[in-house]
Write a protein that binds this ligand. Structure first.
Ligand code: NAD
Ligand code: ZN
Length: 239
């Protein structure tokens, strides 16, 4: 791998507009379960059954209990070597955009400045007046209420919901301009994040993937590193 690693590194450091796209896999080594792994289940519910506007409408108590469980799991978790390596990499490039699908907040703790495509598990949003605010209570009071009296929901994007248009625009424009894109720990099946790599590729970017398993992105990647993010990503820091 060392020869290939050196080649890819050379290509990376000769690039001027770098975009990194991360998914649940980058936080797996920190102990945050991915949705599609065996640990993704809670009380036999799949994420796709709970992370939806319909589920919240039908049973907000149940959905909040699941988020409370996730917040309890994530609260003590620390960033791993991959998060820290990306925060370091950000300092080496003048134009560097980190786009994450994760809602766990670990990139920010590590010192990065991510575009959070799917929001944050540490924010809540009023279903009546729309006010969004930070809430780090663990456990959170169920059901949480806004100062206007409205019920609050997690400020995350659920299955079937549209992304914030401004955030989407930032992610798409960075991907269109990229000359090097690194895709880490995403299964490449959740849209529109999955299409960002295709957009970068069509615009001429070099695509590199880090994932223990092949994904739909592997087909368009010039380089694929099969392994854990915490072991592979730090190798890309110049020594
Ligand atoms: P996913 O669960 O669909 O896929 C995770 C990917 O990570 C898989 O391809 C897997 O092979 C890979 N992976 C597992 N361990 C890895 C490791 N150590 N290093 C590198 N890669 C590893 O995740 P997704 O593509 O992000 O999509 C799921 C959706 O669920 C996203 O929208 C995300 O917002 C949400 N989600 C977020 C978190 C989080 O915030 N940490 C956790 C679970 C799900
Ligand atoms: Zn309100």
């Amino acid at each position: 791998m060392s020869n290939k690693l050196e080649q890819v590194k050379e290509r990376l450091y000769s690039s001027s507009r770098v975009v990194v796209l991360t998914g649940a896999g980058i936080s797996a080594e920190s102990g945050v379960p991915t949705f599609r792994g065996a640990e993704g289940l809670w009380k036999n519910y799949r994420a796709e059954e709970l992370a939806t506007p319909e589920a919240f409408k039908k049973d907000p108590q149940l959905v909040w209990e699941w988020y409370n469980w996730r917040r309890e799991k994530i609260a003590p978790v620390r960033p791993n070597a991959a998060h820290y390596a990306l925060a370091e990499l950000e300092k080496r490039f003048r134009i560097f955009t980190l786009i994450t699908q994760n809602v766990d907040g670990l990139h920010s703790i590590a010192g990065s400045h991510p575009i959070e495509l799917h929001g944050s598990i540490w924010r809540v949003k009023c279903t009546e007046c729309g006010l969004s605010e930070e809430n780090r209570d663990v456990p959170i009071k169920i059901l949480p209420r806004c100062r206007c009296g409205g019920m609050q929901r997690p400020a995350v994007v659920w299955f079937g919901e549209a992304l914030d248009p401004e955030i989407t625009e930032m992610a798409f424009s960075a991907s269109t301009d990229a000359d090097f894109m690194i895709v880490i720990g995403t299964s490449g099946v959740v849209q529109p994040a999955a299409s960002l790599a295709g957009i970068a590729k069509n615009a001429g970017a070099y695509i590199m993937e880090v994932n223990p398993d092949p994904t739909p992105i592997t087909r368009i990647a010039e380089a694929s590193f099969r392994g854990k993010a915490g072991e592979i990503v730090p190798l890309f820091l110049l020594d």
